[in-house]
Design a protein. Structure first.
Length: 237
């Protein structure tokens, strides 16, 4: 056995680094895509579909503005395979839109909303891993421990914070109400969270999306890693 290993080892080391079998394709680009009849047909179909959609109020087109752009990572800036921008009629009404843009285009900045919540997950995993996810949130936000005992008398209407883990908050399974009467999105210290702790005792259904729970959760990371404060302010809600 030892002799076989010493003979085969040099052969393994000398083996070439063979690429996967099959044709080697060039980097995709808008130019190469748009030269394809199939892609041309798809773009024409998308154009017709969105034109019809934007003319139909039942789709919400009269009140919802949106932008869609498809491009290749190898394209030059500003080059797209497909581009579509729809400006809803109410966007041009001053009573509805007092300070925003009147027409959306490729330069319009949209609010990302709840899409940024996943950034908090990535931030925690990058900064601290998942070793603390089964630990109670009260270990890092002691303000919540003061109201945790209320769940003993009313487990339906109150959150048992001592049983709520970091992982439960991350997965929206903690049963925390959606919002707080205090604006936690602008919480940069302990005062607002302390004032809100009593109100946070109210329970909700597990699985409900909770902006409050997400801010509490990422605030724990901020206390663990103060250098993440700026990220938390952007990604919490």
């Amino acid at each position: 056995m030892y002799y076989a290993a010493t003979v085969l080892l040099p052969v393994c080391i000398a083996a070439p680094n063979c690429p996967p079998l099959g044709p080697v394709f060039p980097k995709p680009s808008s130019q190469t895509f748009l030269s394809s009849p199939a892609i041309q047909a798809a773009v024409a179909n998308l154009t017709a579909t969105f034109t019809a959609r934007d003319a139909d109020n039942s789709t919400g087109a009269y009140s919802t503005s949106y932008s869609i752009e498809v491009w290749s990572a190898s394209d030059a800036p500003g080059t797209t395979i497909f581009s579509w921008h729809h400006t809803a009629p109410n966007l041009t009404t001053a009573s509805f839109n007092a300070s925003g843009v009147r027409k959306v285009d490729q330069n319009t900045v949209y609010r990302l909303g709840s899409l940024t919540k996943i950034f908090t997950i990535y931030t925690w995993l990058v900064q601290d891993g998942d070793t603390r996810w089964n630990e109670p949130i009260t270990k890092y936000i002691p303000e919540l421990a003061a109201v945790a005992d209320r769940a003993k008398d009313d487990p339906v209407g109150n959150v048992d914070w001592g049983e709520v883990t970091i992982g439960a908050l991350a997965s929206q399974m903690a049963g925390v109400v959606r919002d707080c009467e205090y604006d936690l999105r602008h919480y940069f210290g302990r005062s607002t969270l302390t004032n809100c702790a009593r109100w946070l005792a109210r329970g909700a259904h597990a699985g409900d999306e909770s902006d409050t729970g997400r801010v509490v959760w990422i605030s724990a990371l901020e206390r663990l890693r103060p250098d993440t404060a700026k990220v938390r302010r952007v990604a919490a809600v």
